[in-house]
Design a protein around this ligand. Structure first.
Ligand code: BES
Ligand code: ZN
Ligand code: ZN
Length: 500
């Protein structure tokens, strides 16, 4: 990961190997340099726009032209990044520009970036977005490669736009760094192979990550879960040689007025259990703990940023495997709090571990509970890998999260928690509930959400994020999204909680 710094000096005098300036698109095919761009053009005594046209640079967001710098500036190379139309520049544009710069500067050890002045975007947010873009775009998962190339880009200096004061830009850089580090942590955990993050190992990792942060960590292992009647986590874990774990992270700053509980699905591998998945569907199922990874990364970021909200994070960890001691279709589980569930499909395991965690979270009497889970393939089918599904009982919480998601370009679309329509499909003949609806192939994301609603304490505002689509991408649309784990929705939650 590169380190970030701030400078008020002239970009032309920067000692960085590469310097970067922005360039807007005007009309259909005209270009306009930003103020810092014009200054560099002057220092170089060059017709920069002519050079940019010669290399067919179009000024689109995500485009970067690399030019030799020449005399007049210290740097060896000049990177010109596209900003699109001036009226459309926002945080996401800068984040995407940052992602593109990370790729373009991958072979330079140091980079100095001039931020553009943007109407309607404060200097702090601009710095934050650029830092996030560069750091997330530099992300590589090479822990398991023996011949990994070291990332060359080590140091990035941010030059604020005209009129930006040092403190403001520095604050933006710090927020960007903490947020991006949290996203990268979530990506690392989700990308990690399942044999390197089995429940006890992941619980130990959570402890290690929280050392020295002020976050208190409590781990409920097999014995505590048995004593406490956490039949969902225990039941799912039965098919694995590894016991399940419930990790509780507490960030409790003085002066906090609100207490929010975050719950994450942490299936470290989802084979489907005895309702075994076909091989192809299993290939990415190491990602089935993305909810729990999001919880850990978010709480860590809040502590790092000193956010004044009390947050309890719950990671419901289990491995869903099909051994001789695995739960069978038709088995009944006794959940924390007493409700019973008939398990008719062992591949609908996420809701079983979440049920216990939601009861545990409700017992803490928080102001709101938000759970996140790679819960249903149907969420991926409905909304793809760029839009998350949200539902719940509290319009204000849902709106708040959706607005935060909109601000950081992690959009969520609300699905109805249609109790009156579909809840009866979850009634069991032998237990309180069945874990899959009695009508298959319909509204899978909604019925999963409805199942969870039965375990949320009466009157506690609750939202459920189905992140089965957005936690992972095989393509990546934005420049700062790398293939594999996306780290979503860490940025949304950090944004939402920072404004509570
Ligand atoms: N972990 C899966 C959901 C999933 C699928 C996440 C694809 C990411 C990508 C979940 O445990 C699961 O298997 N759900 C079943 C539920 C069904 C049995 C009711 C599903 O979606 O098919
Ligand atoms: Zn499953
Ligand atoms: Zn699963």
């Amino acid at each position: 990961m590169p380190s970030f710094d701030h400078s008020r000096g002239a970009l032309a005098r920067s000692s960085a190997k590469a310097i970067a300036i922005g360039c807007h698109k005007v009309g259909d095919d005209d270009l306009a340099l930003t103020d810092s761009g014009s200054e560099i053009a002057e220092a170089l005594e060059a017709d920069l726009l002519a050079s940019l046209r010669a290399v067919r640079f179009d000024g689109e967001v995500g485009a970067v032209a690399a030019l030799p710098a020449g005399h007049g500036v210290n740097a060896e190379s000049l990177l010109v990044y596209g900003l699109g139309k001036a009226d459309d520049v926002d945080g996401e544009v800068l984040r995407r520009a940052g992602g593109a710069l990370a790729t373009a500067a991958a072979k330079a050890p140091s980079l100095a970036v001039a931020l553009p002045g943007v109407d309607g975007l404060d200097h702090e947010s601009a710095a934050q977005a650029m830092v996030e873009g560069i750091e997330l775009g530099s992300y590589r998962f090479d822990e398991f490669k023996t011949d990994a190339e070291a990332i060359a880009l080590e140091a990035v200096t941010i030059h604020g736009a005209d009129g930006a004061d040092t403190k403001t830009v520095k604050r933006g850089i710090a927020t960007g760094e903490a947020t991006a580090a949290a996203v990268c942590l979530a990506r690392d955990l989700v990308n990690a192979p399942a044999n390197a993050k089995r429940p006890t190992a992941l619980a130990a990792r959570a402890k290690a990550e929280c050392k020295g942060t002020g976050i208190k960590v409590k781990v409920l292992g097999h014995d505590e879960l048995t004593k406490g009647g956490y039949g969902g986590i225990l039941g799912v874990s039965r098919g694995s040689e590894e016991p399940g774990q419930l990790v509780q992270l507490t960030w409790s700053p003085s002066g906090a007025k609100k207490h929010i509980v975050l719950v994450g699905k942490g299936i470290t591998f989802d084979s489907g259990g005895l309702s075994l998945k076909p091989g192809g569907s299993m290939m990415t199922m190491k990602m089935d703990m993305a909810g729990a990874a999001t919880v850990l990364a978010t709480v860590k970021a809040l502590a790092e940023l000193g956010v004044k909200v009390k947050v309890t994070g719950l990671m419901a960890l289990a491995e869903n495997m099909p051994s001789g001691s695995a739960i069978r279709p038709g088995d009944v589980l006794h959940h924390r709090g007493g409700k019973t569930v008939e398990v008719l499909n062992t591949d609908a395991e996420g809701r079983l571990v979440l049920a216990d965690a939601l009861v545990h979270g409700s017992d803490l009497k928080p102001d709101a509970i938000v759970d996140m889970a790679t819960l249903t393939g149907a969420a991926l089918v409905a909304l793809g890998d760029q839009i998350g599904a949200i539902m719940g009982t509290d319009p204000e919480v849902i709106a708040g999260i959706r607005e935060a998601g909109e601000r950081v370009a992690e959009p969520f679309w609300e699905l109805p928690l249609a109790k009156d329509k579909y809840d009866e499909r979850l009634k069991s003949e032998v237990a309180d509930l069945r874990n899959i609806p009695n009508v298959s192939g319909q509204a899978g994301t909604v019925t999963a959400g409805l199942f969870l609603s039965h375990f949320v304490g009466e009157g506690i505002p609750w939202a459920h994020l189905d992140i089965a689509g957005i936690a992972w991408t095989d393509n990546g649309t934005a420049t700062y999204q790398t293939k594999g784990a996306t780290g979503a929705p860490v940025r949304t939650l950090v944004e939402w909680l920072s404004r509570q």
